[in-house]
Design a protein around this ligand. Structure first.
Ligand code: GAP
Length: 510
């Protein structure tokens, strides 16, 4: 489904609404509706179960959003959490310089893709894409151009060479997407943290930041958790919570927002073992994505060339969103940067005594960090499809179906009396609904014909529909309809709970 239709579907079916819509909306802020909050909670639960519950050496915390302002000085966010910005003097629009340059290389990449597709059609089954990309002269030239541009850009970013970035934009003749003009300002660094003020302290001293990542709440609690839980290195601390960034170019729906939610885990390891653990978490996290049914072809690793100030290795797990491959999750080997910096600025030791070697050290950290909202978007994008299926009369009909893994579907089972104006049917259906809702998130629906009700459930990804009809009253069986296969089987009411449980249990995933 294309991106525009995906966004309207999310609104129509109660997944996501624009924030403050009645006031024409607030850009880059979104509200999760009744089905959206269920799906989001299930995603969080899946993450928490597999990270915390399934690892004896990982525990969770829920730290506050406000932290002592020195936290952000130590972490480097006050000085280095910046985006390079450039304004177009004619349109007055502001852009991230690196994104303008990447937009330019994406256009070249699209030309390459077109050539590949043309060749695929020409050569048919015998087409070897890898070989074609490696031997076709035009593609080689274009790829080299992309690589050269990105490497110049990355060097300028690493060296904080703002003039270099501007020169690249000018040399590539990049125009403002809005006005078409090339009348650019200088490139300047812009800090992404939102700040606010404590009520009882005036001036700089009372300046607080909304956390731009949840990770720092974990670092400052490293010893509290280690001691209270009597953890031994290696061990991890996990957290799910809101983070805030004053993103300049916030677009693409819930992909890049100013208020979003992160699911982060810091894994504390013995110095020198970080690369082993980095590889372990890379593979473990990729498996987590694949277990939900996301195909391998839509996921890929992308190593960072331009490492953040705290990392000695970093990789993104990218997902193919409707607008191309983009970062979904980051895995970062953060060394001892954060603990050391907090130790220094706070004057409090953040060391671990390792009984196996009788030594104190500051552990190294491998972090896994995924945006809950991006994961939500990836799941919708991967699973919302339009397909042709036979209708009740055996004719072809089109349905929109969200093929989410049943364990994260917002509603697990819908209970539907075949007709609404027969009390025997509705009473029996309400009885079944009353029983099932104790165990699952269920919906009761008696409005419209049964076909339309099935379609409504398909559109929100409900894996099971239970239909109550005349036979139910005679022999205590119902029809259990399965979303993906469309199979309809008669099932005893007494067996419903175990059947739905078997098909939707999150334990199947982990
Ligand atoms: N603690 C490390 C850290 O915050 P990051 O790569 O800046 O690393 C981690 O962010 C994840 O958070 C990203 O992979 C992405 O899924 C999500 N994320 C970051 N900025 C976001 C934004 N503005 N809107 C939505 N999700 C965002």
């Amino acid at each position: 489904m294309d991106f525009k239709n995906l966004i309207s579907h999310c609104k129509e079916y109660g997944f996501i609404f624009q924030s403050s819509e009645i006031y024409d909306g607030l850009s880059a802020a979104y509200d999760y509706g009744p089905n959206g909050v269920e799906l989001k909670n299930n995603i969080k639960q899946y993450w928490w179960k597999s990270m915390v519950q399934m690892h004896d050496n990982i525990t969770g915390i829920d730290a506050s959003i406000f932290m002592h302002p020195k936290t952000w000085k130590a972490s480097g966010h006050v000085d280095a959490f910046n985006d390079p910005l450039i304004d177009n003097k004619d349109s007055k629009k502001r852009y991230r310089a690196d994104q303008l340059i990447e937009g330019y290389t994406e256009k070249i990449e699209n030309k390459i893709k077109k050539d590949v597709e043309k060749a695929r059609k020409r050569f048919g089954d015998s087409f070897d894409e890898k070989q074609f990309r490696e031997t076709n002269g035009r593609i080689i030239d274009r790829q080299k151009k992309i690589d050269d541009i990105l490497s110049t850009m990355n060097k300028a970013l690493t060296d904080e060479n703002m003039e270099g970035l501007r020169n690249l934009i000018v040399d590539l003749d990049i125009a403002c997407p809005e006005s078409g003009s090339r009348n650019w300002t200088e490139v300047r660094q812009f800090n992404l943290m939102f700040s606010t003020q404590l009520g009882n302290i005036a001036g700089e001293e009372g300046k607080l930041y909304l956390r731009p990542e949840t990770a720092q709440g974990i670092f400052v609690n490293f010893l509290n958790v280690q001691k209270s839980m009597r953890q031994k290195v290696p061990f991890g601390i996990a957290q799910i919570g809101k983070a805030f960034r004053n993103e300049i170019v916030a677009r693409q729906f819930i992909f890049r927002m100013r208020e979003f939610e992160q699911m982060e885990m810091q894994f504390f390891v013995k110095p020198g073992t970080q690369h082993e653990w980095y590889n372990y978490w890379k593979e473990t996290r990729l498996k987590w994505h694949k277990a939900l049914g996301t195909p391998e072809s839509k996921l890929r690793f992308h190593d960072h060339e331009n490492l953040a100030h705290y990392a000695d290795a970093a990789v993104d797990i990218e997902f193919e969103f409707p607008f191309g491959f983009r970062e979904l999750e980051g895995i970062h080997s953060r060394t001892d940067f954060d603990l050391m910096a907090h130790q220094q600025l706070s004057g409090k030791k953040l060391q671990y005594f390792d009984p196996s070697i009788n030594e104190n050290y500051v552990p190294y950290v491998v972090e896994t960090s995924i945006g809950c909202d991006r994961m939500f978007l990836a799941q919708i994008a991967n699973n919302l499809v339009e397909e042709v299926v036979p209708d009740a009369d055996g004719k072809d009909s089109t349905r929109v179906v969200m093929k989410l893994h049943p364990s994260i579907a917002p509603v697990k089972v819908a209970v539907l009396p075949l007709v609404k104006n027969k009390e025997e049917f509705t009473n029996a259906a309400k009885d079944i609904f009353g029983q099932l809702k104790k165990s699952f998130n269920c919906q009761y629906d008696e409005k419209d014909g049964i076909g339309r009700r099935y379609r409504r459930q398909d559109a929100i990804g409900t894996p099971y529909c239970v239909t109550i009809d005349g036979t139910t009253l005679e022999d205590g069986t119902v029809t259990l309809r399965e979303r993906d296969s469309l199979n309809q089987n008669r099932v005893n009411i007494a067996d419903l709970k175990s059947k739905v449980f078997a098909g939707t249990d999150m334990g199947n995933l982990i």
